[in-house]
Ligand binder design. Structure first.
Ligand SMILES: [Mg+2]
Length: 127
């Protein structure tokens, strides 16, 4: 993750896509604009899932077993979903870099916190 953060810091500098640090007003506008772009990318993940479900349903209607249709849809969606996850990750890393957050450290700390949460959701499924 550290490598990705370093890569994107340079990448955003080269592209002149850094979050502005000129003044509070410009920084605020830049953060809000980037937040808007992140949410757009999250919506694009939803769009790819919608396409995969529509693909699955049309194949089920044509007589394919649902599990086979969904496997095919997942394979078809893989490349585009990967691109959208990458877009989301790039914006999240941009925010982390702006706030000088070590994302890997935050990630593991948060996952540990969730694992040890007292009011954790209980799953009924047994694996
Ligand atoms: Mg995108």
């Amino acid at each position: 993750m550290k490598e990705m953060q370093t890569f994107l810091k340079k990448y955003h500098e080269e592209m002149n896509w850094e979050i502005s640090n000129e003044s509070y007003e410009k920084t605020r506008a830049s953060l809000l604009n980037n937040y808007m772009l992140l949410t757009t990318e999250v919506a694009e993940v939803a769009e790819e899932l919608r396409k995969a479900f529509n693909f699955t349903h049309s194949h089920i209607l044509n007589g394919m077993k649902d599990s086979e249709a969904f496997d095919l849809a997942k394979e078809n969606a893989k490349e585009d979903l990967g691109k959208e996850f990458a877009d989301c990750l790039a914006y999240m890393i941009k925010f982390a870099n702006y706030f000088e957050i070590d994302l890997e450290e935050s990630f593991y700390k948060k996952m540990d916190e969730v694992k040890n949460r007292k009011n954790r959701d209980v799953s009924l499924s047994r694996k």
